[in-house]
Design a protein around this ligand. Structure first.
Ligand code: SAM
Length: 221
């Protein structure tokens, strides 16, 4: 489902509130040249992540799913002084492109890219007693969402905000018969959230250049 006005309105928002951004534009161009899929967050969504980091004075941010580092750049820009983003990526080529993009944006001193299946890195972080994060953004393979969310809570403190992207999937989330692995993974996340008394959560639907989708937002109790 799509309406051309969704994209037009996103472009209006970009023109009024976001402006041209050389580092983000260069990152998108490098992603394209490097053959990465164009599945980054939108410009408005990236700014939203930036604002969440700023509002929470986040010093420690965890991201699951780096791609070319577009959202990582926005998160890192919102860090408090001396803060750090830890971002997890399975694909070494994506990580290499992200490293160059983040470097070009002048942010490589505050971003740590860990290349491995995210669940392995997250389990190692939990076992290693990693300090809690202030903000978590989950945006990797959707089949892992429930497990990533569980580990994110384990790596949190009371008040940590956890965002999980792409949870509406053009409305597909309400189809119990779907055999789409991403929809099944998203529904498993909602099932887990329904019983998870460690957090207060909601989901917000969105439209725009990324069509009809949305995100889960949870705050750890
Ligand atoms: N957050 C990025 C942005 O907005 O710029 C987009 C991330 S993209 C939607 C998903 C990324 O997750 C891809 O780069 C993919 O390689 C990575 N990914 C997929 N499965 C993964 C896994 N099991 N562990 C870690 N990363 C994974």
């Amino acid at each position: 489902m799509s309406d051309p006005r969704w994209t037009e309105v996103d472009h209006y928002i970009e023109g009024k509130l976001l402006g041209d951004d050389a580092a983000l534009g260069a990152a998108l161009a490098a992603n394209h040249d490097g053959g990465l899929p164009a599945i980054d967050v939108s410009a408005a969504q990236g700014r939203f992540l930036h604002l969440l980091a700023l509002a929470g004075r986040a010093a420690r941010i965890l991201e699951v799913g780096t791609l070319g580092g577009y959202s990582t750049i926005e998160l890192a820009r919102g860090l408090a002084e001396g803060g750090r983003v830890v971002t997890l990526e399975i694909d070494p080529h994506h990580a290499e492109v992200a490293r160059a993009n983040i470097d070009r944006a002048g942010l490589s001193d505050r971003v740590d890219i860990r290349v491995a299946p995210a669940i392995n890195t997250l389990d190692a972080m939990v076992a290693g007693g990693e300090a809690p994060f202030d903000l978590v953004f989950i945006d990797a393979d959707k089949t892992g969402n429930a497990a990533y969310f569980d580990r994110a809570v384990a790596l949190s403190r009371p008040g940590t905000i956890i965002i999980v992207d792409n949870v509406i999937r053009d409305g597909g989330v309400i189809d119990p018969a779907s055999d789409d692995a991403a929809i099944k993974g998203t529904r498993a996340l909602f099932d887990a959230l329904e019983r998870d008394d460690r957090v207060v959560a909601t989901a917000v639907q969105t439209v725009g250049v990324k069509k009809w989708d949305g995100f889960v937002m949870a705050v750890v109790k």
